[in-house]
Design a protein around this ligand. Structure first.
Ligand SMILES: Nc1ncnc2c1ncn2[C@@H]1O[C@H](COP(=O)(O)OP(=O)(O)OP(=O)(O)O)[C@@H](O)[C@H]1O
Ligand SMILES: [Mg+2]
Length: 746
């Protein structure tokens, strides 16, 4: 089927043709033949890069332009949400029937808000969590949604799956005529997901680029079809040997490994091995990228390591990297400049990043509590599916590594030839169900036990099991919620208390709310910043906590001894090793947050606590949200002193500064590093900056003409006209000294 023949508005076709697409991919044709453009529900399960997004785009524009509808596009990850936001930008030039342009919005943050400004958008992209929270806040515009796209729906079988199934169940309860389009990787039971959603289904193995899957043993790769390939001996490590063979053939390689440390050491090895393979021009380009890495964010041994590998054509990618660095690595790999990228599996389920050759360096991965565990077939398929870049490669190769011929046979059978697992819901677990039960009551989805069972029967769990199955656990949860004063009964009728409603809106686990409430009420003999930082780390919503390493465990224990009076909860004795280890992890996480707000550099956080920028970022992000929740609960509980303290603490955590720097970091262009430089140069307040002669600001290290101007624009004050002109002329010069790009919180 040709793009021109599509039954969609002309301007939409123009956008697609302009991208260079003229023919639809076969799964796209199947989807259209299944009636997706006429409003039929559909589950589209097809491999990575088979073009599922385009179907969502066509469907979305059909709704917006022809039916005055509104579209909600759900993704599991923020990074993916932004990727889709970019894609949909292509359509913002199109005029709708009402004469206005198509508007595309995105919201992935602030879980305690109905985000009313989203109302004005036609296509709204959110994470699954944000959607769930919007439903809890009863955002009025959601009534107008006519199409929901659930991307990566195969993650419904994972930890965060319950959020998605509950959100979908609620949306369908609210609007029974809603169209649902679910996009999925290849899964075993697509027809069950479809039956649940009252949808048609398409499951294909079609890929735009042929995929050759195989298992390597020493210097030979055996492929699925029985053929074999001999590798040139280029490296003593199998994974790198395969990767380098691909590079020598003019391709790029993506190597998946089990740990961050391994990713970094392999990247280093790869960089060394690439010497002599890259051209001088390629190296010059990489040098620029490497320099860019060094000026982004605070310097650490991690960024040095990354910059050094990248300058020689290799890189690592894992969750410890800062967002900015991860983005640079992804872009440079996509541009073909990085030849070997070594990644942890987090990359497999994320951004669109294909490579000619994918090497699965380890099919095991560390699961806390279990040790090394083999990955699922679904995960294997997600990784191997990255092989083959459309438009560039004739085929892609995905290779597992075996160390004996028995293992080679086993891998062939258990992964290459195996079908992915069936998906099942995890909703019936207490951790998931208690929050969703409270939300269902607080947001009026249901007001009785019967009603709750009914509501949950609309979930994927409810599709598989009779409602009676969760009766027992639901009963236990309801008594817990009632005991903790989050819900009350009037006969059969259940309603949420003010406290319960606020907990549901704040999007925290009811258990978190209980920990926060009890801690705030109890306080500590000596309340310090650490008191509240530890309290939030003691909640189940602080995930993951930063566990002590062997070398800092002692320091953490010593800290506990020294600060015994500052805890707002009971200190467990070391009798129960699991409890105690969890506790030490909470304390360490709080210590890291405490060091962060005392302005410890990223580099020292890494050296002293082994905390990498990406982990620091997640901890800060989580802490900010939980301190906000604590602040809000302090309000409900009538604790004004705690509220003031918590508000300041939250701002300090957000920016990573001591209280005196708070006014300065609020300025655009000024993060914690520059705020400190300004402060130490005597500019300790906004008033001082307002009085400051421009020439003085320009001279401060890391400030320079460009930022001096930005500061003056924000703080006001008198600037000599001639001086301003000179400043404008100097903008852009003086780069080297002031190039440093600071992370500024959103
Ligand atoms: N008909 C087409 N012709 C040419 N290229 C296309 C066509 N449809 C989609 N593409 C391109 O294919 C690439 C992969 O598409 P997409 O991101 O939709 O994959 P996907 O099926 O969602 O995969 P994943 O499971 O990895 O999310 C995109 O770069 C897209 O622009
Ligand atoms: Mg996709």
């Amino acid at each position: 089927m040709r793009v021109e023949e599509l039954d969609v508005p002309e301007p939409v076709k123009e956008v697609i043709l302009k991208r260079g697409f003229t023919e639809l991919y076969p799964p796209q044709v199947d989807a259209i033949e299944a009636g997706v453009l006429e409003g039929r529900n559909l589950v589209l399960a097809s491999p990575t890069a088979s073009g599922k997004t385009l179907i969502a785009e066509l469907c979305a524009l059909k709704h917006v332009i022809e039916r005055r509808g509104k579209v909600l596009y759900l993704t599991p990850l923020r990074a993916l949400a932004w990727e889709k936001y970019e894609t949909f930008q292509d359509y913002t030039g199109i005029t709708k029937r009402d004469g206005r342009k198509v508007r595309v919005g995105i919201s992935t943050g602030d879980l305690d808000s109905s985000t009313p400004w989203l109302e004005q958008y036609d296509i709204i992209i959110t994470t699954n969590e944000k959607c769930d929270s919007l439903l809890r806040h009863k955002a009025p515009w959601m009534e107008g949604v006519s199409l929901v796209v659930a991307d990566e729906i195969h993650l419904i079988g994972g930890d965060r799956g319950p959020t998605l199934e509950v959100a979908l169940a609620r949306l369908r309860q609210m609007k029974p005529d809603l169209q649902i389009l679910a996009l999925s990787a290849t899964i075993r039971n697509a027809e069950e997901v479809a039956e649940w959603l009252k949808a048609g289904w398409i499951a294909t193995e079609w890929r735009p680029v042929e995929l050759r899957e195989g298992v390597a043993l020493n210097d030979t790769v055996m492929f699925k079809d029985g053929s074999a390939k001999r590798l040139k001996p280029l490296h003593r490590m199998d994974a790198l040997n395969i990767a380098l063979n691909a590079v020598l053939d003019g391709g790029q390689s993506l190597v998946f490994v089990e740990s961050r440390r391994r990713a970094m050491s392999l990247a280093r090895e790869a960089a060394a091995a690439l010497a002599g393979i890259l051209s001088r021009r390629e190296l010059a380009e990489l040098q620029k990228v490497s320099a860019d890495i060094l000026v982004r964010g605070e310097k650490t041994s991690l960024s040095d390591d990354l910059a050094s590998s990248v300058s020689r054509g290799a890189a690592f990618h894992h969750a410890g990297l800062s967002t900015a660095h991860r983005r640079i690595v992804e872009d440079t790999f996509r541009a073909g400049q990085i030849k070997v990228l070594v990644a942890t599996p987090t990359l497999a389920a994320g951004v669109n990043l294909p490579a000619r050759t994918v090497v699965i360096g380890s099919y095991r991965r560390f699961v806390p509590g279990y040790g090394m565990y083999p990955i699922s077939v679904l995960e294997y398929k997600q990784m191997s599916g990255r092989a083959g870049r459309p438009q560039y490669d004739e085929f892609g190769e995905a290779v597992l590594i075996a160390s004996s011929s028995d293992e080679q046979d086993a891998l062939m059978e258990n992964y290459v030839l195996a079908k992915p697992e069936r998906l099942y819901s995890r909703l019936a677990q207490e951790v998931a169900l208690r929050g969703h039960t409270l939300a269902a009551v607080a947001s009026d989805y249901a007001h009785s036990e019967r009603g709750l069972l009914d509501f949950f029967s609309g979930t994927f769990y409810g599709y598989h099991y009779p409602p009676g199955n969760i009766k027992l656990i639901l009963g236990a949860i309801l008594s817990y919620l009632s005991r903790e004063d989050m819900i009350q009964y009037k006969g059969e009728y259940i309603y949420a208390t003010d406290f319960g409603r606020r907990v549901s809106e704040l999007y925290i686990d009811p258990l978190t709310a209980v920990v926060l409430r009890d801690g705030l009420m109890r306080g500590a003999p000596e309340v310090t910043d650490f008191t509240w930082l530890h309290l939030i780390c003691h909640t189940p919503d602080m995930r993951p906590i930063l566990r002590p390493r062997r070398r800092d465990a002692e320091a953490v224990e010593a800290f506990v001894e020294e600060h015994r009076d500052e805890f707002a909860c009971r200190i467990p004795d070391d009798g129960d090793p699991i409890d105690y280890e969890q506790f030490l992890g909470e304390v360490k996480t709080a210590m890291v947050l405490n060091a962060w707000i005392e302005e410890m550099s990223e580099s020292d956080l890494l050296e002293q606590f082994s905390v990498q920028p990406g982990d620091r970022y997640s901890a800060v992000h989580n802490a900010e949200w939980l301190l906000y929740a604590a602040h809000e609960l302090a309000e409900v509980l009538g604790l004004p002193d705690h509220r003031r303290h918590l508000r300041q603490l939250r701002n300090r955590v957000k920016y990573g500064v001591t209280p005196r720097l708070l006014p300065l970091v609020r300025l655009r262009g000024i993060g914690r590093v520059r705020a400190r430089v300004l402060y130490n140069s005597g500019f300790t307040s906004i008033a001082a900056l307002k009085r400051a002669p421009v020439s003085k600001l320009v001279e401060i290290p890391l400030i320079g003409a460009r930022l001096a101007k930005i500061i003056k624009e924000q703080v006001g004050g008198v600037v000599d006209e001639e001086e301003w002109r000179r400043l404008e002329a100097e903008e852009g010069e003086q780069r080297a000294l002031t190039d440093f790009i600071e992370e500024e919180p959103e």
